[in-house]
Design a protein around this ligand. Structure first.
Ligand SMILES: NC(=O)c1ccc[n+]([C@@H]2O[C@H](COP(=O)([O-])OP(=O)(O)OC[C@H]3O[C@@H](n4cnc5c(N)ncnc54)[C@H](OP(=O)(O)O)[C@@H]3O)[C@@H](O)[C@H]2O)c1
Length: 315
């Protein structure tokens, strides 16, 4: 009789243990949808984090939209990208949105690795950075098998997605710690949620960004810093130009402005989020099946996008 009870208890514990992880993942996905609804009061980013924000990769897509949003919230900006003309044009546009802020531009190519950081370090020396948006990111030209991706491109993806995020954070984190406030926003990707065939290296670099963000928060939250980890799904930007179906804005594939507006409104409220309510809903359902099923679905989806690329190239 006792043996039977113990066996049932052990079985029960195994079931609870097996369910704990998926339940907590799905619960936190639900949490990120609910928090902005329950707590809709906007955070005053300037007083909460500081007067200056740095946005990497800020002349296009999500980075540019983030810069516009931060400008409209009265934050002074430092924009970093590769192309001087695009930086100057973005600065001009931003000053039209808010002529009362200051905007500084820095030309840097993060694919050059550590050497790209020397100039940035000098340029940022005198600025108390309150918010760092680690947005810059590089993806394959289209979904590819590893052996098809040019070697230089793979190295650039690692330098940009992993290297820039890490070293830019290191550059500003001690200043934030000394001031006892600041936010680092790391734009990862939904592709970190499971291995992603045909975008293997891109997704793997985003797993790094996720792990880096979560551990960094454990290190620095006690010093008053916010480390936000964002995992957007598809956003209509030029990064996805390989498929026309991702170049049409819909509820589930928002344009960059919609994404950034939603994502910024979560800063200071939710630490880990897709950043956008409709992605939050997708994420909730995505996290229900086990990893191997999600990986298979991801592979099929990328094969479809790969076919799109070849079809569109032929036309
Ligand atoms: N779009 C999506 O569906 C999606 C989904 C999930 C996550 N994300 C993530 O969101 C972030 C932004 O993506 P996005 O789609 O907005 O990208 P995007 O439209 O391709 O814009 C990239 C920006 O980064 C700059 N840039 C590119 N390479 C650079 C380099 N080596 N050094 C410095 N700047 C560089 C570009 O300007 P220059 O060319 O002038 O340098 C541009 O301003 C990325 O981290 C991406 O992984 C995007």
């Amino acid at each position: 009789m006792w043996l039977e009870v113990i066996l049932w208890l052990i079985c029960g514990l195994i079931v609870v243990w097996a369910l704990l992880d998926p339940i907590s993942r799905v619960a936190s996905a639900a949490w990120e949808i609910l928090v902005p609804i329950v707590n809709s009061k906007p955070v005053d980013l300037r007083s909460e984090f500081g007067d200056w924000a740095v946005v990497t990769g800020s002349t296009d897509g999500i980075g540019k939209a983030y810069a516009n949003e931060l400008a409209s919230r009265n934050i002074n900006l430092i924009l970093i990208s590769r192309t001087l003309e695009k930086l100057e044009a973005t600065k001009k546009e931003i000053l039209q949105i808010n002529p009362n802020i200051q905007v500084k531009i820095i030309v840097a190519d993060f694919s050059k690795g550590k050497e790209s950081l020397c100039n940035i370090e000098t340029e940022l020396k005198d600025f108390p950075i309150g918010i760092l948006v680690n947005n810059v990111g590089k993806q394959y030209e289209y979904p590819m098998y590893l052996g098809e991706v040019p070697e230089n491109e793979l190295w650039d993806i690692i330098n940009v997605n992993v290297g820039a995020t890490t070293l830019m954070t290191r550059l500003v984190i001690n200043g934030m710690k000394n001031r006892g406030k600041g936010a680092v926003v790391n734009i990862s990707s939904g592709s970190e949620l499971q291995p992603l065939p045909l975008m293997t290296v891109y997704a793997a670099t985003k797993v790094y960004v996720g792990s880096f963000s979560e551990a960094l928060r454990a290190e620095y939250s006690k010093f008053g810093l916010t480390i936000q980890h964002l995992t957007p799904l598809f956003v209509n930007t030029k990064m996805n130009a390989f498929s026309q179906r991702l170049q049409v804005s819909t509820i589930f594939v928002p344009n960059a402005a919609t994404y950034a507006k939603n994502a910024i409104s979560t800063l200071g409220k939710v630490n880990t989020s897709t950043g956008y309510w409709a992605h939050g809903i997708q994420n909730f359902f995505t996290l229900i099946p086990p990893v191997w099923i999600r990986m298979k679905i991801g592979q099929i989806m990328n094969q479809i996008l790969r076919n799109d690329y070849f079809k569109e190239k032929k036309q």
